[in-house]
Every structure is written in C-alpha cells, then in structure tokens.
Design a protein around this ligand. Structure first.
Ligand code: ADP
Length: 482
C-alpha cells in the first residue's frame, strides 16, 4: 500500500505469541469511501485464538513479576512509537474506517494518551492496611493482576477501543488477547507491530483477526485460562457475550450502546450549544456510542436554536476522509446506510419533518447530514441508536418533563446539557441516569476520566484511576496470632 511510508505497519494476519500467523480465513478489507478493496487478510479462527490464550497465559505469569517501573517504561516506549507513526496510523485508519484524516489523527493521539496514562498509573497500584477486628489481627489488602484478558472491539474506533483496553491490562500485569472487528483489522495489527518494536515480551499482546466472530468470541469468553473479558460494541452482542461469560463466572467490562440526550435549556448560551452539538452529533459521521441521539430544546428557544443548527449543518462537507476539506466521511458499510435511512423514513411517516438534507457523494457508503424537526421521544429515531449523521430536534416545556424524557431509555451511557443556571446544573446532573454527563461541553472522553455506562449501556470503566481496577483483583490477607 503506497499510502503509508512504513510498510511494516501494514500487517495482514494475526499476531500471536510474537509471531505473525496466517490462518485460512481469507477476507478483504474495503475502503468505505469507494468500496475498493485495500488489503486481503489471512484471518484466524477459534484454533489460533486458543493458541493466543495459551501463549498469553505463559507470558502473563512472567509479566506479573516484572517490576512496575519496567512495565511502565515498556508502555511509554509503545506510546512514543504510536506518536512517531501517527501519520501512517491515521492514514490506515481513514482508509479502512472512513473518518476524516484529522479525526483519525485525533483518535491515534487519544489512544496513545491512554497508554501514557496507564504507563504512569502502573507504578501506583497501592494496597491498604485496615484496622483488624481484634488486637491480635491485622487486615492487609493487596491488588493483583486478574490474569489473561480477552477483548472484542468494534469498527468505529479501530485503534482507540483496542488500545484503551490493552494499556490498563498490560499496566496491571495482565496479558491480552484482542479481536478487532473484521471491517477494520489493520489499525489493531499496526499497533501490535509497534508493541513488538517497543520491546513488549512475546505473548502479552495478541491480536486475532478473523470473520468467525462467534467462534473466536467463544474462546475469548469461555476458555478456562481467560479470567476477564472486556467488550465494546452493541448491546445485542454484549448480551450474548455476557451470557457466555456467565458459564465460567468470568469478570466482565461491557461498553455497550447509548441513546444520548442533549438538552438545551432556555438559559443556555445558544451559540456554544450549537458548537457543542455539532461535535457531539457529527464526530465519526455520528457513529459513536456517545453521539447525541435525541436533542431536546426548550420551546422558548426552539426556533432560534433550530435555525442556527440548520445553518451549521448546511455548511458541512461530506466526502472521502483523505480529502482535506472533508468534515464527514462515509458510514462503515451499505447495511449501516440502509439502517439510518430506515429510521429516518419511519420517523417521517410518524410525523417528523426534514428541515435540511445536506449533500453526499453518490458512490461509497454515504448518508447526507439531516436535521429532523417536530420529533417526539416515541419516534423511531429517538427510540433507537441512530449511528449516523441525523439530528432529531424534540421540543420540551420544563425541567422535570425533560429529565423524565431523557431518562426514558434502556440506555445510560452519555448525556449532555447546556445551562448557565448553577442550581439547574446540579439538579439536572444528579437526576440524569447516565454514567457520564457533559455540562456545557460537546466532548467528554479523555484518559483522565472514567468512561462507561449504566443500565443497558453496560458496566466497568475505561480511563482514569478507576480504569485500572477493572484489571485488578483485590486480595485480603488476614494476619493473625500477633
Ligand atoms: P456492530 O453491529 O456495530 O458491528 P457488534 O456488537 O455486532 O456491533 O460488533 C462489535 C464487535 O463484536 C465486532 O468485533 C464483531 O465482530 C463482534 N461480534 C459480533 N457478534 C459477535 C458474536 N456473536 N460473538 C463474538 N463477537 C461478536
């Protein structure tokens, strides 16, 4: 592939125990901007996944004994290599996933920031000494790596979703076996190549690519050597994988779907709210689990806000992510385009109106940015996670009513609201049943913060000091006879 300068970053088979192993599951990775094949991958199945788990188990036993400062230094070397190769990694990402190049660079930097964060946290895995129940006893608490971690990641952030799990796992002293989505395996394989160059011992980071997701998934959720399973993807798939984990009582972290409310109160700074909304809605063409899905606007400011939103959306440039002018790339594939189109058609039939429909190229998997007005919380676009560049506007009358509507969802991942009233800021933040709430801001995810949801959006946290706990077991030592 001419598009990248370091051809060693383009890997087309699985990375297992420090070796590049081809299986017989041949599949093509296509560019969603034009449908053109980019690479032929020699993918793996359940058998190679088992080999990866066994290698991870051997490597983990040694890694757990490596001093934390050494684990930290290896992670920092991995981080530095990611940034040194940011241009190539971003181009690979745009080619296989479609997002604009500037966003792809942002994702590489974002993924790397988790590696740096956990390189720094690796040396701060503290225990505790607690008062005992009697004078001859002491209670000591130590934290130990859970062991071998299995992970499955989606196509919308092919770099960051894998790295955001692997970094805390490795920092904690675990070994990692990850399966990226078959639509976007190249970004994950490229970071595995960089981990090896950074000096990470063989077997600690394995990337199994293949189209037999259920077969590989069963190994990563049910192999006796797997101690913990971490998933990012749809709630439907998450439920299947959680059930599989239940059999072996595996620890789990689940980052599942969302249906984020974005509330604009009548005291909001409308221009700031429009700006925040454009990012929260259209990043990655609307294909993120924290994308604002239902935009509730107070009736007193509804017309003014809608006019500003329509003006901003009409100016968006849709196209190939490699073009410098592009702000919105293609959706991941034809099924994604069909699903978004169906939700819009259903909502129009239910009484919504299309306020503006932007332009989009005819070739490739594009959907034009669309603003829908007169939407209600009961319509198809409000009940489902849209995962596309469609912005539904829902009017509301008062605070209690909008909180009830915002919480009326099976999901509980991210919520956003704009208000300048300090009392309201606290009331609404506390009342929203979501794992993350952005107040007067359109971007909430960063390495310093705990990312994760409640309800059908899952459990566990990624990022921050809390993210490390997902990969550590607490052990209590009862010291008696003093
Ligand atoms: P989407 O519908 O957006 O592709 P999924 O949750 O289906 O979201 O996919 C997220 C990840 O889960 C991908 O890596 C995919 O290959 C994987 N996956 C999908 N179905 C299964 C399954 N039954 N078992 C294991 N992994 C699966």
């Amino acid at each position: 592939m001419k598009a990248i300068s370091d051809s060693g970053l383009l890997r087309q088979c699985s990375f297992i125990d420090g070796q590049w192993l081809a299986g017989d599951d041949r599949f093509s990775v296509d560019n969603p901007a034009n449908g053109v094949p980019l690479a032929l991958v020699e993918g793996a199945g359940a058998e190679l996944a088992e080999r990866a788990v066994e290698a991870a188990d051997r490597a983990q036993k040694l890694w757990a004994k490596v001093p934390a400062a050494e684990r930290s230094a290896t992670l920092m070397a991995w981080h530095d290599l990611m940034l040194a190769h940011i241009d190539d990694l971003a181009r690979l990402l745009t080619l296989e996933q479609g997002k604009p190049l500037a966003e792809a660079k942002g994702e590489i930097a974002y993924g790397a920031s988790y590696v740096k964060w956990y390189a720094e946290e690796a040396v701060r895995i503290y225990g505790d000494t607690l008062p005992g129940p009697s004078s001859d006893k002491r209670v000591l608490v130590i934290k130990q790596p859970v062991g071998v971690v299995g992970a499955i990641t989606p196509w919308n952030f092919p770099n960051a979703m894998l790295v955001r799990k692997a970094a805390p796992a490795l920092a904690a002293g675990c070994a990692f076996v990850g399966k990226p989505a078959a639509e976007t395996p190249l970004s994950a394989l490229a970071v595995a190549e960089l981990a090896q160059r950074a000096g990470l011992p063989d077997g600690l980071l394995n990337v199994v690519v293949g189209t037999d997701a259920p077969g590989i998934g069963r190994v990563l959720t049910q192999h006796p050597l797997i101690r913990k399973f971490s998933f990012t993807g749809s709630t439907a798939t998450g439920k299947i994988l959680l059930a599989q984990c239940a059999e072996g009582v595996k620890r789990t972290s689940m980052e599942l779907g969302g249906n984020a409310p974005f509330i604009v109160f009548d005291d909001a700074d409308l221009d700031a709210a429009v700006q925040g909304l454009m990012v929260a809605k259209f990043r990655n063409a609307g294909q993120t689990c924290v994308c604002s899905n239902r935009i509730f606007v107070h009736r007193a400011v509804y017309d003014a806000f809608a006019a500003k939103v329509v003006e901003a959306v009409a100016q968006l440039t849709v196209g190939d992510g490699l073009d410098a002018a592009t702000q919105i790339g293609p959706l991941v594939g034809p099924a994604a385009v069909a699903k978004v189109a169906e939700l819009v058609e259903q909502s129009l039939a239910q009484g919504a109106q299309a306020q503006v429909v932007g332009n989009a190229p005819v070739q490739g998997y594009f959907y034009p940015p669309t603003v829908l007005s007169g939407v209600s919380n009961a319509m198809a676009v409000a009940r489902n996670e849209i995962f596309g560049p469609v912005l539904p506007l829902i009017p509301f009358e008062d605070e209690q009513e909008v909180i009830a509507q915002a919480n009326d969802s099976e999901f509980g991942l991210a919520a956003y609201f704009y208000s300048r009233d300090i009392g309201r800021v606290f009331r609404v933040s506390e009342a929203l049943e979501y794992g993350m709430v952005a107040i007067n801001d359109g971007i909430l995810s960063n390495a310093a913060a705990p990312f994760g949801g409640i309800k059908a959006s899952g459990h566990g946290r990624e990022g921050s000091k809390y993210g490390l706990d997902d990969y550590l077991d607490i052990k209590y030592l009862c010291l008696g006879g003093l």
